[in-house]
Ligand binder design. Sequence first.
Ligand code: FMN
Length: 347
Amino acid sequence: MYKLLIRPILFLIDPEKVHHITFSLLRFLGRLGLTSLYKSTFVLEDKALEKEVFGLKFKNPVGLAAGFDKEANLFNELSDFGFGFIEIGTLTPKPQSGNPKKRIFRLKADQALINRMGFNNKGVFDAVDRLKKKHKVIIGGNIGKNKVTPNSEAIKDYLICFDALFPHVDYFVVNVSSPNTPGLRELQDKEPLTALLKELKHENTKIAAAHPDFSEKPILLKIAPDLSDAQLLDIIKIVENTKIDGIIATNTTIAREGLKSSLFLVEEKGGLSGKPVKDRSTEVIRFLAEKSNKAFPIIGVGGIHSAEDAIEKLEAGADLVQLYTGFIYEGPALIKRINKALLAKIK
Ligand SMILES: Cc1cc2nc3c(=O)[nH]c(=O)nc-3n(C[C@H](O)[C@H](O)[C@H](O)COP(=O)(O)O)c2cc1C
């Protein structure tokens, strides 16, 4: 029904506008307490799907990737589509408007998106207000830096977000891999990255020690699919040295190989997501899992549009998966489809 009836209508409208329209509708249903209208269709609950990863118990291993609910507006309503976890963000300390519109493009022939949003958000403190309400699922907090903050002061921005979100999220994601904030990806280099992660680990220990009700939160690093093998080997060492809890592989790519869409779309600046990033993202997961001897948990994300795509990532070494572009192209039934296929494999 989604692909036949709903998607053709949604795809007539500008992608960012569709996002806002969908959010308004979900918010409206949420306020009336009517999310049960779709919850019963999409949620699949089964003990066999539960999974414990980095000390957290997930209802199922399929999550919503960062960027969809950037400002933590609708994490509970979205969880009623059957997600096992929702990652909010990327949030920055101060509000910022992001890049000028138009900044999301559909590459329909490739089942892909290009976005150059540029961390548009109302700032971490605005999101905290909404995160104070009870969460229905595990919430990850994806954090970044403001565009105006130079890389030499980036640590401060990540610390502000970390401190503000600490009581309200279950795990953290350090995003240094978005292609849409100038210079951000330079923070993936060995020295600045080690310094940033050590500082966050230190803060984690400090907060947990100061508050008897808190314990340390898992910290993950989200990486780009465009890293070389040598850089990925560095990442493995950095995870070992800084003792962070895992990796999210991957963010969007700046590569543009093998696309079928028209050149004027392909040449749009930004990060490419969806089907074209699937194989590279799986390759990164497999590389990290094999070269590290599966030393740390991995969340696999990039181009999951079917149950087979999700299983491929899990078999390559991912412990959990996330989706964004597949959710847009396949609709919410994709989550249940993946969980059903996983159940069929387990049972
Ligand atoms: C419109 C859009 C906005 C995104 N915003 C963020 C973001 O703010 N932070 C982040 O870490 N990833 C962001 N992402 C990347 C996704 O979380 C995901 O890593 C990537 O799209 C690959 O997965 P997919 O092929 O399932 O979309 C964004 C992706 C899209 C399409």
